[in-house]
Design a protein around this ligand. Sequence first.
Ligand SMILES: [Zn+2]
Length: 672
Amino acid sequence: MTDNPFFAPWDTPFELPPFARIIPEHFPPAFDRGMAEQAAAIAAIAGSPADFANTIEALERSGGLLRRVGRVFHNLTSSATTAALDRIDRDYAPKLAAHRIKIMLDPALFARIDTLWRERDRLGLMTDQRRLLERHHLNFVRSGALLDPAQKARMAEISERLATLHTLFGQNVLHDEDEWRLVLNEAELDGLPDFARSAAAAAARERGLDGRYVITLARASVEPFLGFSARRDLRQAAYEAWAARGTHPERDNAPLIGEIVALRAEQARLLGYENFAAYRLDDTMAKTPAAAEALLSQVWEPAKRKAAAERAELAAAARADGLNEPIAPWDWRYYAEKVRQAKYAIDEAAVKPYFALDNMVEAAFAAAGHLFGLRFVERHDCPTYHPDVRAYEVRDRAGQPVGLFLHDNFARPGKRSGAWMSSYREQQSLDGEVLPVVVNNNNFSKGDPTLLSFDDAHTLFHEFGHGLHGLLSRVRYPSQSGTSVRRDFVEFPSQVFEHWLEVPETLRRYARHYRTGEPLPEALLQRLLAAANFNRGFATVEYAACAMLDLDLHSRADPGRLDIAAYEKEFVARIGMPPEIGLRHRPAHFQHLFAGGGYAAGYYAYLWAEVLDADGFAAFTEKGDPFDPALAARLQAIYRAGDTADPMELYRAFRGRAPEIAPLLKQRGLAA
Ligand SMILES: [Zn+2]
């Protein structure tokens, strides 16, 4: 196939993929050639003696085509998938896993890395090189490089099978999210404010149901519905469909989970660990499951107490509303909204007009400008995979380009739920400076204009914080770029950036009424900030329970074929989960854990990083200036460093000391 765009250079801005010319049939041959090229490059790693350049740098240079194809493919299957792409994904996930593990288990390659690693003190390496060598060595060992041939064969088998299971898991969830819709007519919109009606009308139009209203299982659609619909029967239907994702008989994720958990435990045993959580956390900031559990247990009981107090307030509101039953999970958000209105005089529907998407994007750009000197200039000449995607060239203080930022903000069929950052090209300078191409995906309900909740605005800033981690990266080696840091550190740059949404400078300037341009009234702003801890008991419980479940599930030495439904029931009873609060992610759709391995035994990372972000932002509060230039420069060093240094060293260099937990407890309203 000579016209395959992957086999020619791209002369687009920032070498963006020429999306319009790429068809699904281009991927299989491109993957095949990418794998073959990398295998040849690895086989050619030779020369004696082994040195850093002919081994580690050669390894870093290998796989360029494969990375290029893989990035385009995985971004498309996440943001704009089709049945054809899904089929290729099922076909290639195990092939790609087999290719990767073959490299990691290559005895000749490992022997060279091992030789260098043993001599690392005598090689005269720079600090980034030394860390790169140590990380590669550790990755090979953790992949099974020290095992005997029979064990290696089993490791490879498991990796391939896991790749297939992860792919099927994610596809099942996306299928359920795309399939289900609640189609309503005008008379069934009782309680829904304008923004929710207009979003539901837009979702209906998109599905060819003009004149009707559609609620989908995208968080940005179903959560407002649960918060406002006065129809308890419809709330229950929507909640139950949302909670049932991944459990339908023809696409049931339960057997997949059982197999995934058993295979992970087996891999951990092969590598000499007691269980998967111990294996996974050995290479994190937390180091041990016990350390992560200790942090979770510090918030769990206070969070439950706070949630119980919240429930009492909701129950009173429900009784006043004529509800004579206990609060159910599909009632919580509805009565929380009522209590919030009564207690803080905050009406979500009155707040939203001040949080138009475009204004909040500008606010995020402005904060990045104020802190790090970045400027975002929209470009209209960039190819994209969907007309809703916007492209911005990012420039530094001197006006020099530092990268390209793509913003894909709206929910739509074929796009997986949640919000995430990824990239089409990573910053590195091994053979000349390569500028990053970063993408942020959100799942906001498109409206005219699109109005965000305060939570949505937080999500926007969160993903933008990850985006900055990719854009500000200044490293030499590809595998140290941007967000390639330990999983329980990667949420620090994203979460700490959320704080700049809440600084008065941002809200006063950018939270303006979309129609009148009036700033958010000062009294409303103060009430909004005062309500920051409202419902935080609920939010902490629904999150922390999932993080504990993740660690518990992955701490089993030999889980056998787990009955995940029975396990879930037993687990929530064991931890005393309040019955009116559902898990934020039930196992059957817990994509962090099962649609890939990245956050398996790692969902605690958000809370771990929150210790850092609360403590880190407190440094600015102590200075009395959220944009203190000296602190901002020290913070920027973390965004620049990628994985060139140990995360705790990076944090200490920024903060001048180790992190403390007190600001987190205060931030979550859990301080004694
Ligand atoms: Zn994140």
